[in-house]
Design a protein around this ligand. Sequence first.
Ligand SMILES: *Cc1c(COP(=O)(O)O)cnc(C)c1O
Length: 436
Amino acid sequence: MPPMHDALLQRSLAAVWHPCTQMKQHDSGELPLLPIARGEGPWLVGTDGQRWLDGISSWWVNLFGHCNPRINAALREQLDTLEHVLLAGCTHAPVVELSERLASRTGGELGHCFYGSDGASATEIALKMSAHYWRNLDRPAKNRYLCLAGGYHGETVGALGVTDIAIFRDAYAPLIRAATVLPSPDARQGADAAHQAAAALAEHLEAHHAETAALIVEPLVQCAAGMAMHDPEYLRLARALCDRYQVHLICDEIAVGCGRTGSFFAHQQAGIRPDFLCLSKGITGGYLPLSVVMTRDAIYQAFLDDTTARAFLHSHSYTGNPLACRAALATLDIFEQDEVLAANAVLGERIDARLRPLAGHPQVRHYRRRGMIFAFDVDADPGFGRRYYRAALERGVLMRPIGNTVYLMPPYVLGDAEIDLLAAVVDVALDEALRP
Ligand SMILES: *Cc1c(COP(=O)(O)O)cnc(C)c1O
């Protein structure tokens, strides 16, 4: 390796504490650290010139490729106009336009946008708004939350309260006010999973609605659980139960929003509307940290009062940052100008046609797809995921299996050659990783 490459890795290991990582595995060389020099469309280019196809959209955020010329141009213009201003007491065109355009994508039903900087803060905003709403309505007892088994809503202490992934939560259990975990409608459990999960929700709400503020779900795909997919019927049943028992429905579309599941919002496939909608990840095309919680007018109205304490006082320093909003507007422009949802329907089918034969592999279980998310489980030992990761990297594709679930969540800009490479590497890495 060239010296610059080595030196950067060493300095990173000395000075940077990487997320979601046992650093000892990088220190020992067991897990490679990739020094990335630049990005080009769906490709990441290393400091030594090696190229990796970004099969997971850089943790599910990058929709239209790295260094997208249209998003870059919008950001350059914004940079010379207004880089930032506080959003308390001030406003600006990018945040207004973004709020209007997102609201219009909900048919105006979720017409009020509150901004944060990342997904976990969007979760916290939705949870706080829900409980505060009930408090403002003189029903302060409604302050408990419901979440689903395997659900993931971020890793700040409040968000961990509704996250059911032991490896992220257990070390902090004493700090957390845990929500009630209800059965997931994960379709791998059988054809009746959606109805069974809804029945469990009905039973819980019947007994506990008076102290329940909200149910939080990841519509259609519980991504961090290992791409657990469910029937939209669950969302219809959950919506009806939340209406019946006066409990808010929070749709966390931080991962599944922005076209990932085939519709712009995942909940649209169930024909329902949540009370709170959380977006982040893809909203800026993977450029800048931004999150938004969208809600209904009736909820917004409950905070209007002569006393400040009834207002939603939550804030982050970078709330509604103009550069981030501008990146989001450029992302929405691409959705409209390129008719991305229609194009993705075709692209998704083409990728699916290449991957689907894996369903017949003797060690593959539950090959599944929703929109631009493709996944399968592998019968293998616990070291499989690590071997798969390395095998794919060596062949030029960045993928990070979740446990023994292999998945692809690629950017929406793959050409034929790139689909060929992805499909070939998914196969070869599987065979190699299955040889312990
Ligand atoms: C990634 C994710 C979050 C957390 O977002 P961060 O920006 O990482 O804090 C929350 N919910 C879901 C469904 C996610 O996938």
